[in-house]
Unconditional design. Structure first.
Length: 240
């Protein structure tokens, strides 16, 4: 599998992660990762993040999620970007295929987490739960982009910051529109035929906005998503 860099300068980079690939190395040896690809080409990235197996990457995407991932080339730059991430200053925009007619813009703020470490699924709490729930606050803004009644599927934009684990998947399901094919969160339909590559669901990190840690410049980096969808899906959703 080849490495695709979407942006690269002296201290910051952004890489494309395809669906089906882990973001960082797993202790259990759970398969190939984007970090593996990065370290093959740039071994020094092992020193850029506290965990060498993260290869300087700031954030993670689910294995089935594709798109842009931001990274740093040195430990001080990593720390600055990570602090931006924790503060919610790094804004991430995703696109997703969800079940049903998602017709109106919606904002959902909740606590998201699970009392069990390593749980396959997270829970949405409208109100702050006990500390034992291990839940953190997260806000997702959903905006409809397209809908096809024949396949009963909508393409939506989701803006999340700081984007907790499974946040968009859990929030979409909570408002009655689980991602197509995401059986873990209650989806009843299949993604079959809608994407070019085989994957369980379609969630793509298409844009990341942040302040450059050395220049102070406002940066917007993108990972196009139309090529991830099949020709039929593009026609059905009137994207071409």
């Amino acid at each position: 599998m080849s490495l695709t860099l979407l942006y690269n300068d002296d201290c910051v980079f952004a890489a494309y992660k395809p669906a089906g690939l882990h973001t960082v190395q797993l202790r259990s040896g759970g398969g190939a990762s984007l970090a593996d690809l990065l370290l093959t080409h740039y071994p020094d990235l092992a020193q850029a993040s506290p965990a060498s197996g993260d290869a300087g990457l700031i954030q993670r995407l689910d294995r089935e999620t594709s798109g842009i991932v931001l990274g740093a080339k040195s430990r001080d730059v990593w720390q600055k970007l990570f602090e931006e991430l924790l503060a919610g200053s790094i804004q991430k925009t995703y696109v997703a295929l969800v079940e049903g007619d998602f017709t109106t813009r919606r904002t959902l703020s909740s606590f998201i987490g699970s009392p069990h470490r390593g749980a396959a699924k997270v829970r949405v709490y409208e109100n702050e739960p006990p500390k034992s729930a291990r839940a953190l606050p997260g806000t997702t803004v959903f905006s409809p982009l397209s809908f096809n009644p024949v396949i009963n599927c909508s393409l939506v934009e989701a803006v999340a910051s700081p984007a907790r684990r499974h946040q968009i998947r859990a929030h979409a399901a909570y408002v009655g529109h689980p991602l197509v094919g995401d059986a873990l969160y209650g989806a009843r339909s299949s993604l079959s035929g809608l994407c070019v590559a085989q994957r369980e669901f379609f969630l793509h990190a298409c844009t990341i906005r942040f302040q450059h840690p050395t220049t102070g410049q406002s940066m917007t980096l993108e990972s196009p998503y139309l090529h991830e969808l099949s020709d039929q899906a593009l026609k059905d959703l009137r994207l071409v």
